[in-house]
Write a protein that binds this ligand. Sequence first.
Ligand code: KG4
Ligand code: ZN
Length: 330
Amino acid sequence: MTLILGLESSCDETAAALVTDGREILAHRLAGQEAEHTPYGGVVPEIAARAHVEALTPLVEAALADAGKTLADVDAIAATAGPGLIGGVMVGLVTAKALALAADKPLIAVNHLEGHALSPRLASPDLDFPYLLLLVSGGHCQLLLVESVGRYRRLATTIDDAAGEAFDKTAKLLGLGFPGGPAVERAARKGDPKAVPLPRPLVGTPDPHFSFAGLKSAVGRARDAGRWSNEDIAASFQQAVVDCLVDRTKRALDKADGATALVVAGGVAANGAIRAALQTLAAEHGLPFVAPPLWLCTDNAAMIAWAGAERFASGLTDPLDTPARARWPL
Ligand code: KG4
Ligand code: ZN
């Protein structure tokens, strides 16, 4: 059995987890920073980095205690090395390097997107390569053909905002609070998805790229018009996002030769309406649909530890001078 300690600190969650190569999650600890960022209506990078410094070491100790393990029992230490808010990424990576040095363990520098991309395999042992992945988070919106560990063929990306960003901006426009995605989903449950006419940017175009900036502006205009309730705007916005994601993913399925499953991951994959629509799309294509449990969709350290386990099994470790990267395409 191989045991991996994983650390995550690239945005506003500080997390530590212990995961085995046999998919056992022995511990996962997470500290959010909602209270710190709520007064500002969004994540403040400097505040996030300081909060990671305070939270990370106690979380690592708690995770080890939960699992009844010590650092000596760990086979390798994995940490998010990017992309993300650079201060936070540095906190996690430097902590991992210090632990690796002190305990004489290998370091695994994980791309946060790879963490999301491989997370469905942690929860679903039967999920084999290659699979078509819709990766939808606060910073990214991509369609990837996941061919193997380390081989990700990007079929499409967003030309402006990420899907999660659109949820967060819509929540801000409607005064629904932070974090935006869950707030919009809650409001949408009480609204009429057909009430407000909103655009579906890029729907019907041949390449499966995404665009959400125009949708966000349209939400602002709908609010200013004063004709609709927040619930109706939220429901109509969410439906527009669903329609965009489904149309674009459908196009990608036509290009994703040999995909064995349709998979969704990233924070926005926690959205019930989006999961349901993708499940229907997969069924129409005769493909299994795989979505990680909700807690594994939003940022966490178990997915980083698991990506570490997959990389470790492929013989991939990293030197202690590996840099933290704000930008790092998969
Ligand atoms: O993957 P994640 O936790 O962090 C990044 O790597 O970006 O994704 C966070 C994003 C945020 O934009 C958040 O509003 C969105 O995921 N999100 C949701 C839901 N839960 C989180 N969006 C829509 N519906 C949700 N239920
Ligand atoms: Zn993420």
